[in-house]
Design a protein around this ligand. Structure first.
Ligand code: NAI
Length: 253
């Protein structure tokens, strides 16, 4: 699965699944550009993992000017973008009848518009060089109704449909577009959500959540990063428009 010399641009790479992917991609010889809204986490990443093939670009993926600028910065720094991983995302827990319109807009902007904007500004480069792999981070919530996060599920359903549609449009240009749909992964996103929405300790909530999966445990960020590496590499060269679940068997029932 070596990605020697390939340039990977990953959004949300300063935390959780994205951070695990950054480390795995570097280990596999890639040049990695991290685009994240959180400058302190991004700078911390560069300090803790100094590497000539790692760069951080502060980016708010909901802002078109940021997306355009980051793509240009990555091209200037590394000369190409071979793989785009649209991974940044947020979760908002709220039933629809209590959800503020601004929260609805916010989650759509980050989870869906962000994928559109980063793809829009990366695709001209991939079209020019007639190759590329785009990997979108969906969720099992885009495939089945996961309780308490209807807006999140709607955004991830949108990500899956966008993946399939882009896969068809760009297949003849040798640009592959795939989606990974993780189950519950042990990351800061979930820890925050568990703490905000439960009175029990984090440890107890994690144990309870683990029970919903046939494998009876939460996933690790590295277990999603591994699927991203496979989708980025030539081992998946005949895959496009695929939605790959990595969910401890949750959607197999
Ligand atoms: P995380 O919260 O650990 O990391 C998300 C990263 O995205 C953070 O570094 C954050 O600063 C960044 N980000 C947020 N808004 C941004 C914006 N506007 N512009 C640029 N960067 C922004 O989350 P985690 O768990 O690693 O999630 C990564 C992806 O995986 C998300 O798309 C999430 O929806 C998806 N996912 C996560 C699951 C889980 O159980 N943790 C399950 C299924 C999908």
């Amino acid at each position: 699965m070596k990605l020697d010399g390939k340039v990977v641009l990953i959004t949300g790479g300063a935390s959780g699944i994205g951070l695990a992917a950054v480390k795995l991609f570097l280990e596999n010889g890639a040049k990695v550009a991290v685009a994240d809204i959180n400058a302190s986490s991004g700078n911390q990443l560069i300090e803790s993992l100094p590497h000539e093939h790692l760069a951080f670009f502060k980016t708010d993926i909901t802002k078109e000017s940021d997306c355009h600028q980051t793509v240009q910065n990555v091209l200037s720094r590394f000369g190409a973008i071979d793989v785009l991983i649209n991974n940044a995302g947020i979760e908002i827990v709220s039933p629809i009848h209590e959800m503020a319109l601004e929260d609805w807009h916010r989650i759509l902007q980050v989870n869906l518009t962000g994928v559109f904007l980063m793809s829009k500004h990366t695709l001209p480069h991939m079209l020019e060089k007639k190759s590329g792999s785009i990997i979108n981070t969906g969720s099992v919530g885009g495939l089945v109704g996961w309780p308490d996060i209807p807006a999140y599920n709607a955004t991830k359903g949108g990500v899956i449909q966008l993946t399939k549609s882009m896969a068809i449009d760009y297949a003849a240009h040798q640009i592959r577009v795939n989606c990974i749909a993780p189950g519950i992964i042990d990351t800061p996103l979930n820890e925050k959500s568990f703490l905000d929405n439960h009175t029990e300790s984090l440890e107890i909530v994690k144990k309870e959540k683990a029970k919903v999966n046939p494998m009876l445990r939460l996933g690790k960020p590295e277990e999603i990063a591994g699927v991203m590496l496979f989708l980025a590499s030539d081992l998946s060269s005949y895959m496009t428009g695929s939605v790959v679940t990595a969910d401890g068997g949750y959607t197999a029932r």
